[in-house]
Design a binder for this molecule. Sequence first.
Ligand code: FE2
Length: 584
Amino acid sequence: MIILGLNAFHADSAAAIVHDGALIAAAEEERFRRVKHWVGFPSQAIAYCLREAGMTLADVTHVAINQDNRAVMLRKLAYLVSHRPDFALILHRLKNRKARDSIQELLARNLPGDRFDGEVHRIEHHLAHLSSAFHISPFQDAVVLSVDSFGDFSSAAWGVGRGRTLSIDRRVYFPHSLGMFYHALTQYLGFPHYGDEYKVMGLAPYGKPAFMDAMRKIVRLRPDGAYELDLAYFRHHKEEISYRWAGGSPEFVDLFTPALEKLLGPPRAPSDPIEDRHRDIARSVQAMYEEAFFHLLTRLHERYGLANLALAGGCAMNSVANGKVRRVTPFRRVYVQPAAGDAGGAVGAAFALWHKLDGARSFVMDHAYWGPRFNPGDIQELMTSRQAEIKAAGCSVETIEDEAELCRRAATRTAEGKVVGWFQGRMEWGPRALGNRSIVCDPRRADMKLILNSKIKRRESFRPFAPSILEEEVADWFEEDDAVPFMMQVFQIREAKQALIPAVTHVDGSGRLQTVSRRTNPRYYRLIECFRDLTDVPMVLNTSFNENEPVVCEPKEALECFLRTGMDVLVMGETVFERPAGDA
Ligand SMILES: [Fe+2]
């Protein structure tokens, strides 16, 4: 059975292909379109998945999409009757619904010459999230929780997964939403773009939780573990706030009301300087999120009594909160797959359908390398076609077939303080670069953040960079010891070690680590081993291979990024491009 899973008409549209219960390929549309968080129909990601699987649409037996307008219909109708929202708003939603209806038509239009004759299945948004968390986890039983802004009239859902069975026990319904709370406060703090919540998370440790009284007015916890918003501070339940299209990027109008400005003071404009008040609000927003999240998790543990927790939904990208779960709640093991946000719904929709149609569980997602690969011939071709530019930049080009030698070279350059592009194997699934489309640097240098920002990244100075560490070394360097292969948990770095790795130690002594396993990424593991042999530090700084754009996908994009930025070295497959020293 071949299932094509889709996340379409949400941000981070994506496709995945599942063959007899095993994932073959998965990718976000933004990587092909080169527009961050692309919303719309993921036609290029679908074409890629089919190519990778060696199939055509005619081979696909089912399409599963993570949206079902009929889900919780009674609840929707009850809400409409009791709240009587604006007539234009209802009309707009109906129009949107119609535009989203025919998947067959969209497939035919976007993949001409190919024909899909199978069945289309609509999977409730949060069931797809839950399935993406549990069905590909290593757990045979777990509490499964999805928390996001909204999808199919809900903002959270939870239940228990056992074997292949998984059902939704409870939901938090529109208009209440923790994701909406975080999103609106992110806008208030002057970060207007989709996905900017991680900036607030990065800013939070610089402030004090001085606004908790105000936060507890905005979010109220309920005795059953759920929560409510004080709607006086929000606009989403009164006005249409869905995506505005601008070249495929999702954009929103402001989600907060003047009442929030009265409560917290004037909002920050994106160009305003960041002051202590903003830092304190950021800290309070993160603290309020954690208060609500742990309140819910504690109740869920009481209710279900299981040790395992599988998380998904946009809020499951909150790696700071995820990293505290084992310390704050009785849960002992946490699984968060790399595309925990809406993109992950493509995988979740496919697996929810596979298990609904009686499929057995046989697949665990223990690595993130499900995207496009390249052939050595691609690099050779690229070098020929871009020869003049490579020469004009004064770059040396060398092929090193011996992997040990290749990794030693990259590790040596890293230890010399160089910025090294590291492009290998299949692209990562999810927003994090995990050693295949990464830029690596020396974590020991306090000035590395400045160097990276001046040469390539140009990101806000308050945002931390993350370490990739050999998995056996975690306990020596961090206060927690767990496998975090997808950078989904932040741990405290041991106090005695913090000064040794200033470039990856955040202001509060934390680090958003990626644990690297020899089994799932042997070449990246070897690079870090070589760096450890040179420096006694078993980790490198790892940031995504991009410059204000989606993470690079193809060799061409990697070479272009290398040539236009101040990157010193590019290791692409077995080929090493190096700028002359002092040139960058
Ligand atoms: Fe979602």
